[in-house]
Design a protein around this ligand. Structure first.
Ligand code: ATP
Ligand code: MG
Length: 329
């Protein structure tokens, strides 16, 4: 059975982009893959953070993922399993600075003020490569924004294998969903929906109430034209395209089918139908998340059990990598 690894940062409540780009596919993969899902709390501290918020968001994210259908035994938090940090350090010494300099996520997150960002943000992709390769996972369900990091992980694995003269780390494959792999901000069709966007209006999160969803969709940026009947009509209309893509992905159909239904109409009716769809699909997740959050001890024990399972797989692999490097164990 192919092994799947994927992670999400507990930097806030998961949003619709995380759901469509990652979580929904994680749930589907569980039936026929050996899956490991991780709350990557070590990645979360690459940007400024508050310890209390990190604790709360780790449990909040755990509750959300379980509510969305992730099996409890598959879920843990990264910092609880030392294999990540150990292999991450080895990869810091394998990856080349030139490779990291090309990473667009670092450029996006650091902006103009690069000198003031943490060294952790810069080496984030090395730790991400370690997250995956510590499990010898080969199939990585991610949104489109992580494609470059997956390519880098393959470069690191290849260089490690080459330098150590072994065929130890497997080639990995990004598993990017065919639709809604990059859900855009509701306020700006040129930016991806992100937990770290300061505007809460830019994203729908999995715990939003029906009223919050309605308000965010009503305020979502659009243009004055009616919806087109053909897909080509969305080419220069990023905000309209984003809403149509969301509608199609949530109803598991194609944007073409949605335009057949709504083409020629203004956004009023479309937005109200989109709100109903989102509320119908997300309300059960929100209710279950709130229910799970009432028992924090249970959530902590789920993560501990998941960590034990993750340790049992990653420990022998990382010990072998350490031996190959020349570390005496
Ligand atoms: P942050 O802003 O803190 O980086 P994020 O919103 O980018 O948060 P991550 O935790 O970094 O979320 O990513 C978790 C998963 O969700 C990854 O697989 C990523 O590719 C996917 N993802 C993130 N944003 C989107 C999006 N807008 N559309 C589709 N997939 C996304
Ligand atoms: Mg991100």
């Amino acid at each position: 059975m192919q092994r799947v690894f994927s992670g999400i940062q507990p930097t806030g409540i998961p949003h619709l982009g995380n759901y469509l780009g990652a979580i929904r596919n994680w749930v589907k993969l569980q039936s026929d893959h050996d899956c490991i899902f991780c709350l990557v709390d070590m990645h979360s501290i690459t940007m400024p953070w508050s310890p209390e918020e990190l604790r709360q968001q780790t449990l909040g994210s755990a509750a959300c993922l379980l509510a969305a259908g992730i099996e409890p035994t598959r879920l843990y938090n990264q910092s609880a399993v030392s294999a990540h940090a150990r292999l991450g350090w080895i990869f810091n010494c394998v990856a080349r600075l030139g490779w990291l300099n090309r990473m667009t996520q670092f450029k996006d997150k650091a902006g103009k003020n690069r000198e003031n960002h943490s060294a952790g943000l810069y080496v984030y992709p090395n730790l991400m490569a370690a997250d995956i390769l510590a499990f010898h996972a080969t199939r990585i369900p991610v949104g489109d924004d992580q494609k470059q990091h997956i390519e880098l992980a393959n470069d690191i694995a290849q260089k490690f294998n080459h330098d150590m003269g072994v065929d130890f780390f497997p080639e990995i494959e990004a598993f990017i969903p065919p639709a809604a792999a990059r859900v855009m901000s509701l306020r700006d069709g040129s930016k991806k929906m992100s937990k770290s966007d300061p505007s809460e209006q830019s994203r729908i999160v999995l715990t939003d109430t029906a009223d919050e969803i309605a308000l965010k969709i009503r305020r979502a940026k659009t243009d004055p034209e009616p919806l087109p009947s053909e897909i080509d009509g969305l080419a220069e209309r990023p905000e309209a395209r984003n809403l149509v893509t969301i509608y199609a992905a949530m109803s598991e159909t194609t944007p073409e089918a949605i335009l057949q239904q709504f083409g020629g109409e203004g956004f009023g009716q479309f937005k109200s139908a989109l709100t109903d769809l989102l509320v119908a699909k997300l309300a059960p997740v929100a209710t279950e998340t709130q229910h799970l959050l009432k028992n924090k001890d249970h959530l902590i024990s789920v993560l501990r059990t998941g960590a034990e399972h993750a340790r049992s797989i990653s420990e022998p692999i990382v010990q072998e990598a350490e031996k190959l490097v020349g570390f005496i164990r």
